[in-house]
Ligand binder design. Structure first.
Ligand SMILES: [Fe+2]
Length: 212
């Protein structure tokens, strides 16, 4: 039994990205599959502990460790899915169209798309191991960018991930030097699938933003 369900790795067809090699992607897909496998395994193990309806004192250390690891592995699985899904092979457009829903939401929240981008890129360049994520607050449709340490620290409860960028070194180390993260971020932007990003936005954003 697995209390959060049993997950299968999703398949992504992304070969031919600009500035992110197929070799990097292959390695990255394998890492992602590892997160899926570990999430399933942890869920099953935790289920074993709780099946008698009680966590005994002597079970607590192992149970606690497994539960903490579940937060890491499960977020690792989900964030990679967002990341791969918001990329497209064959060349994205770089920046979104000026009149697109995303550009408008960024403008409403940051005064201009350029300021939103400077903030998102700035977060992506932060030292450390983690993610840069643009979220939408479902209460008012506003966008905000956040740094996530590892996979699980810094996610904002209830906010929806709209654009997700992996900045762990494994995301670019085969293509760039560790100090060349800005080049990888540039490559990431040239492969963004803005249509997918915009599908994640609430459809009534404009109405709510006017009220916010
Ligand atoms: Fe990754």
């Amino acid at each position: 039994m697995s209390f959060i369900g049993s997950y299968k790795p999703k398949q992504f067809n992304l070969s031919g990205l600009k500035g992110i090699s197929d070799q990097t992607l292959e390695m990255h897909f394998k890492l992602y599959e590892g997160y899926v496998k570990e999430s399933n395994k942890l869920s099953e193990k935790i289920s074993e502990f709780i099946k008698d309806g009680n966590v005994d004192q002597d079970e607590m250390p192992a149970y606690s460790e497994l539960s903490r690891r579940l937060g890491f592995e499960f977020n690792g699985m989900v964030l990679h899915e967002y990341y791969f899904e918001n990329l497209t092979s064959g060349g994205g457009t770089g920046d979104p169209n000026r009149n697109s829903p995303f550009a408008k939401a960024a403008e409403s929240s940051f005064r201009s798309y350029e300021i939103w981008k400077a903030d998102f890129v700035g977060i992506g360049k932060m030292r450390g191991v983690g993610w840069a994520i643009c979220y939408e607050n479902p209460a008012n449709g506003r966008l905000s960018n956040h740094w996530i340490t590892l996979h699980e620290t810094g996610n904002v409860a209830g906010f929806n991930p709209i654009l997700v960028m992996d900045v762990w070194e494994h995301a670019f180390l085969l293509d760039y030097k560790p100090a060349e993260r800005p080049k990888y971020i540039e490559a990431f932007f040239s492969n963004i699938d803005w249509a997918t990003v915009e599908k994640r936005l609430r459809t009534d954003t404009g109405v709510k933003l006017a009220r916010a």
